[in-house]
Design a protein around this ligand. Structure first.
Ligand SMILES: *[C@@H]1O[C@H](CO)[C@@H](O)[C@H](O)[C@H]1NC(C)=O
Ligand SMILES: *[C@@H]1O[C@H](CO)[C@@H](O)[C@H](O)[C@H]1NC(C)=O
Ligand SMILES: *[C@@H]1O[C@H](CO)[C@@H](O)[C@H](O)[C@H]1NC(C)=O
Ligand SMILES: *[C@@H]1O[C@H](CO)[C@@H](O)[C@H](O)[C@H]1NC(C)=O
Length: 221
């Protein structure tokens, strides 16, 4: 369903009909996805960098002038010797795991042309499966896991991503540059936390994968 704020009356009717929440209309038609949210400070104590276990972090991650750069190669090792997962270099938010309420991740991301098949942001944890949402870049387009298209033509430019998780209502919303692009149900509550960076998909990956992030912020309602 495509939302437009041009006809607020129609939206309100949908809201009153229970199709969409009035609180969502406020978010959709508000000036900003963060309206009504409270900023949650994120210090260096609130994240760790996961990277291929056999190499130093400097070989897969840098932070210059507030820009975090993450990269990984298709034949890199997993983050843990015991893990059978695909290679990753990810910032894992710590100390702010959640299991209820309404949480929001925000960041400005940049994905270089030619790097493909990587999850650049995810919510780890769920009642069913290991993750609530993975947002992957394939050929410059963002997909929900490897399926639904969330946004297109994202290569070689900075874009602002806002990911809202309403755990209580079991809902996820993805905004790109302030515009609602995608929403879907979550996969049930769990030990939930945000991650961003690069995490290789099982298939269709480029040999080299990269994303850059800045202004990473968390909010809750
Ligand atoms: C860091 O950011 C400042 C201000 O945006 C800019 O002038 C400077 O060139 C940047 N330095 C590097 C190493 O990117
Ligand atoms: C990405 O690179 C390919 C190959 O060089 C080029 O054809 C394409 O136009 C580039 N896409 C963007 C968005 O720059
Ligand atoms: C969850 O992760 C574990 C350990 O990495 C893995 O063995 C399992 O297959 C994953 N489950 C799903 C549903 O992906
Ligand atoms: C992955 O590659 C296969 C075969 O080339 C293709 O059919 C499929 O659409 C690709 N999937 C994605 C998400 O790019």
């Amino acid at each position: 369903m495509k939302f437009s704020c041009n006809n607020l009356n129609a939206l309100l009717l949908l809201g009153l009909g229970g199709l969409i929440e009035l609180s969502d209309i406020r978010i959709l038609c508000g000036a900003d996805p963060t309206d009504g949210f409270t900023y949650v400070p994120l210090t260096e104590a609130n994240y760790i960098i996961q990277k291929p276990y056999d190499i130093p972090v400097e070989q897969r991650y840098s932070c210059v002038n507030g820009t975090h750069k993450f990269w990984v190669y298709a034949d890199d090792k997993a983050h843990d010797p015991g893990s059978l997962t695909q290679p990753r270099t990810e910032l894992r938010v710590i100390g702010l795991d959640y299991s209820s309420g309404v949480w929001q991740f925000e960041g400005h991301a940049f994905v270089p042309n030619g790097t493909s098949g990587h999850t650049i942001v995810q919510i780890h944890g769920a009642a069913h499966g290991n993750t609530t949402i993975l947002l992957r870049i394939f050929e410059g387009n963002m997909r929900y896991y490897s399926s639904d298209i969330v946004a297109t033509n994202l290569y070689d430019k900075w874009f602002r991503l806002n990911l809202i998780h309403n755990v209580d209502k079991g809902k996820l919303m993805v905004f790109i540059d302030g515009e609602l692009k995608f929403q879907i149900r979550d996969q049930g509550p769990g030990d939930l936390y945000f991650k961003c960076g690069v995490y290789a998909a099982p298939r269709n990956i480029s040999y080299y994968m990269e994303s850059r992030w800045r202004h990473i912020k968390l909010y809750k309602m």
